[in-house]
Design a protein. Sequence first.
Lengths: 500, 208
Amino acid sequence: MKIQRKLNTILVILLIVLVSLISFGGIYYKNKNAMDNRVPNYILGADLTGYRRVVISPSETTDSTTDENSTDENTVSSDEENTADSQNNSVDDGNNTVANETETENEKDDTKSNYLKTAEIIRKRLKTLDVENFTVSCNEDTGKIEIDLPEDDRTDIILSDLTEIGKFEITDADTEEVLMDNSDVRSAKLTEETSSYYTTEVLNVNFNVKGTNKFKNITEKYQNTVTNDTSNETENSTDNSTSENTEETSESNENTTDSSKSTSSNSKVKISIDDSEILSTYFSEIVENGTLSLNIGYKSSMTDEQIYSAQNLCAIIENDPLPIEYTVEENAYIAPETDENEMYAIIYIEIAIALALALYMIAKYRIKGVMQTIINIGYVAVLLLVIRLANVYISTSGILAILISYVTSYIFGYILLKNIYKKDDLTKKEIAKMLKYVYRKYSLILIPILIISIVSSLTKWISLYSFGMILFWGIIISLIYNILLSKFLVKSNINEENKV
Amino acid sequence: MNKKKKIALITFLIIFVADIIITGIFGIRADMNYGAGYTIRFQLSNTTFDINDIKSIAKEVFKKDYVVKNVEFFNDNALIKVKDDPTGEQRSELCSKLNEKYSSSLTTDDLQINYEANVKFRTIVEPYIIPVGVSTILILVYFAIRFKGAKEMAGYIKSIVVVEVLFYSLYAICRVKFSQLTIPIALSLYALTTLIYTAKSESLNDKA
């Protein structure tokens, strides 16, 4: 029986060594005269793979009027020239010149706050777009804004619209009176609406309380009754539940405007972004829920790029328009911020901490401490394998989460050894009771950290997500792995003569 | 409250107040990735470089407070961020060293130098506030149910605050530079404190 027990122990150790070799080393096979690893690679987060650096600056037209705070000599001289020009031009009209100068002075005061406001709006737009790990910094003097974004499929599309002014307006089609703007919008979301035949992408603009009331009044004022003569128009009208493809609607509206002028001249609204018309329409019913639904297109016919662009539109509508026009000055991929040496430093520190904990356990629990340490090494190996197989992103936080996971496994070993150390004459019943106690205790200890891992893994911020996911897998594996292997560790404590 | 606890509390309060005062007066020191500085970007024509060589050259020219990054994927475009506006001498020294190493014909006019503002502390911390806040509230609820009382809850909050304030004092009082690793370490300390505190509470609960 004793030999059988020893053989089992050796088998478990060999199994752990094998898993560790696979995890830390890999499984290599020959593929076209090259050695390929069958174990998937780690997926690294943006802080380890690099990011996109975009520098935007106030466009020249804006500069001449607003970028007055700049200490740049060129700007100062151009201001002087502008002032000189304006003085020459305003000889005949002194009052206008004074008014213009006052206006310019006011703009001077606003420039700095406008730069900061622009940076804040860009930050909000990126947040609305669920972009992870971005940073936005603004030079208050020159107005230059540096944006760092993770590099992925969306990056270029996000950047294509990021500097749009984003002035969303609903105006009277005839009088151009602005009826609603960005300040009336609470949120703008891209959702899917499924009918029995197809799924459509719908842009829902949800208005705030003030906006809802305004929108209700607009739908009431610009409501047209459905008649036979204007059936075409009715089909194209925008209402809360059914609305047509934006482009199609615009085109059709133009056609119907010609065919039935009597109706369209009555009451129509124009929906536009940056003075570019999206849709000109009227309403078939009063909308009271404060949601304007615009059909973007059939999902099956839309590419990822089109969907990303529609999401950009949501981010633009949801947030305030930029107070200043900006242009992209620089757009380049930058290698990772976290230095390779820094990364190795973290890993070495982690190994040192794990080693110190292992030595403490060995010193305290001797041979059982050694066994538990081997089990813990196997645990890390299994965790690293699962991280790769589950395609979990690894960031700096994620690497630190591996250490915390190791500590959770260590705590299990510590509780277990504390209960079995120097107790070599336990009966099977006592062992089972003790194991039940350890499992229960360990599970209770893990609950708070499991909460942290679940909440973190629900976020989209890659650093936090990576931390949460690795910790989550670490806890789950720690529970299963330790429960499976702890039985081998306690078997030597069973008194063969006293087996019950 | 015994004498040891009183001393510990007073020490902690002094550190806490010192953190606030020093941050208020001097702010937090940021490393080159987060702090304000000047970026020098250049492209070497008809040649590629090893980023470690560029780092060596940057070290020779700027001595300290610099960071070197590769730009794009072709190893011919690099960016050096330095704290202070590079002097004319530094610019020409950089060009001559690069030309010497890579037989290029880079001039100071080819260097694109831009001022880069610092990243706001709020931008870095903001994404962590809600998840950490929600986790803490849920953990407190768990403690209230598990230990049937407010003692463990108060103890948990105290532990987290003490650990994080002491960690913060490294940056405020000891003037360690705020870097890419700061938030991940703070997050890990939060999780570790939670884990150790729960283990300790369970152990005390057994004894009771």
